[in-house]
Design a protein around this ligand. Structure first.
Ligand code: HEM
Length: 487
């Protein structure tokens, strides 16, 4: 059998892996690690060619800031893609070309999630964090479900004012299904492959290699449910004046400022659904892993919380008094960034940086992973050490690790909201529970066995964890009473 025929007969994921590895010794599952290794021989800017596409990988924060932040006039586009409608992802603000349509999406986000506006969601985020505690105390063995529920229901409420059910909520199930497939089809190697071989999306279903098309059709169906159903719910309630504060209702109130109502509504619907592609649950999974592996860090954070709060549950007002907890959040972001390659930028003009010529029409990738593992800035980067962010007097230094949210005009539009969701959920978990390694049959602690997910986002999958209340007399009932008193 010829090699090309062989390729067509293997599965979708294997094709990507096989092609990427064959073409350039790239670890197709974790390309960010290959790029980081290449830095030692090829330097901090790598030029890489995949199927004729020119890809430039920026490996240091300084270079990424110089190019993507300071020369954003050249670096704010996204790569032209195969027809995004083929996988149902045309709604995605993050994939839009640098255009008026993108500017409208960005304006909608800015109005709801800029620092001042994001504060309006703090009470909601606090309430959802308390629901997370309640869920975990009732069934700690299903903590991953509770974390995912927290992450998606906080978005559902903030964007659509939709209160998700704790179990089998149809809208959440639709969104989860859509995102899972979407993250798979959005990884850099797969995007380049689909753009280069668009026929893979058109092969008849009986043909070997039609896995791409099947996946695309599945993705289309899932995305349509995720984009349309919650939006119609929020739209109707906004029109009936029964909706509470949320991104959709607030945006409709401002929509008179826009001359084309249909265009505005389509942009709002699409921007709203983009919020589901957030890294909140993934970052919480990284946090749980770190707390299991570094019990001393966990203990120190809990001592800080106890000293400041006694038996109270934390609120956002306590944030400035808890520098060590803040350092734990920053270290979680750094230790394992959940979007290790961010999202690809694209040059709208050629550029010169030092001795490097950067052509027009090149895909430019900020290797966030390499930046987070910079040995000079973060000695022993594999170790989870929140102390890196503290000065000798115990105060926080000014490294806020903002690079994990990307760069330039395409920087994450939901970063202040994400930061608040993560802080309140982590501090609430630390105040209430001990997160420990699982036990074997003889009651001895064992190192957790799990896999890192691959694709656009990377986080621990199916991670076993033993979660017990810190105070033995803490029961679901008691927690519910405390929450009712203080929420
Ligand atoms: C821990 C959580 C999150 C992380 C680590 C994260 C990270 C990122 C990164 C790396 C980018 C690409 C930036 C670039 O191109 O340079 C991005 C884009 C984006 N993020 Fe986030 N994000 C998070 C949560 C959220 C949330 C909660 C929302 C919505 C409420 C959101 C909305 C967006 C949007 C709309 C874009 C596209 C921006 C554009 O292309 O103009 N993100 N995010």
């Amino acid at each position: 059998m010829s090699p090309s025929l062989m390729i067509l007969q293997v599965s979708f994921a294997t094709i990507c892996l096989f092609l990427a590895v064959t073409c350039s010794n790239l670890d197709g599952n974790q390309p960010w690690i290959s790029f980081t290794q290449w830095a030692s021989t090829h330097g901090n800017i790598i030029y890489w060619k995949l199927f004729g596409r020119q890809i430039i990988v920026l490996q240091s924060q300084e270079i990424a800031k110089t190019l993507l932040d300071h020369r954003s006039g050249i670096y704010s586009d996204r790569p032209p893609l195969y027809d995004t409608r083929a996988v149902g992802s045309e709604f995605n603000s993050a994939q839009l070309r640098y255009s008026d349509e993108w500017r409208l999406h960005r304006r909608i986000y800015h109005q709801s999630f800029r620092p001042e506006a994001a504060k309006d969601y703090l009470p909601l985020q606090l309430r959802k964090a308390r629901q997370l505690l309640q869920g975990i105390i009732e069934s700690p063995e299903h903590y991953q479900h509770h974390i995912e529920l927290f992450a998606s229901s906080v978005i559902m409420s903030a964007v659509y004012d939709y209160e998700a059910k704790p179990k089998d909520d149809p809208l959440l199930l639709a969104a989860e299904k859509a995102i899972k497939v979407f993250l798979e089809v959005s990884s850099l190697p797969i995007q380049v492959i689909l753009e280069t071989f668009p026929f893979l999306l058109k092969l008849p279903s009986w043909m070997p290699g039609s896995g791409f098309k099947k996946l695309a059709i599945q993705s289309q169906k899932n995305a349509s449910a995720m984009v349309n159903i919650p939006f119609h719910y929020a739209r109707e309630r906004t029109m009936a004046a029964t909706s509470n504060h949320c991104m959709v209702s607030e945006s409709f109130k401002r929509s008179e400022m826009h001359s084309n109502a249909n265009e505005f509504e389509l942009a709002l619907k699409s921007a709203s659904a983009t919020a589901f592609i957030a890294g909140t649950a993934s970052t919480l999974a990284v946090f749980v892993l770190a707390m299991m592996l570094y019990p001393d860090v966990q203990k120190r954070a809990q001592e800080e919380i106890d000293a400041v709060l006694g038996n109270q549950l934390p609120t956002f007002e306590d944030r400035p008094s808890l520098p060590y907890v803040e350092a734990v959040l920053r270290e979680t972001f750094r230790w394992h960034p959940v979007f290790p390659l961010g999202l690809p930028h694209y040059t709208s003009d050629s550029d010169v940086y030092n001795d490097y010529y950067i052509p027009k029409g090149a895909i430019v990738v900020a290797n966030i992973w390499a930046m987070s593992q910079d040995e000079v800035k973060y000695p022993n980067p594999n170790e989870f050490k929140p102390e890196r962010f503290l000065m000798a007097d115990g105060k926080l230094n000014d490294d806020t690790i903002g690079f994990i949210f990307g760069f330039g005009r395409r920087v994450c539009a939901g970063r202040y909201f994400a930061d608040a969701s993560l802080w309140i959920s982590m501090v609430s978990l630390l105040a209430t529970f001990r997160l420990m390694k699982p036990l074997d049959n003889e009651g001895k602690e064992i190192d957790p066995v799990f896999k890192w997910t691959t694709g656009l986002s990377s986080h621990p999958e199916s991670l076993p964890c033993r979660i017990v209340p810190r105070h033995p007399d803490m029961t679901a009932r008691k927690l519910a009473d405390i929450i009712d008193l203080s929420a």
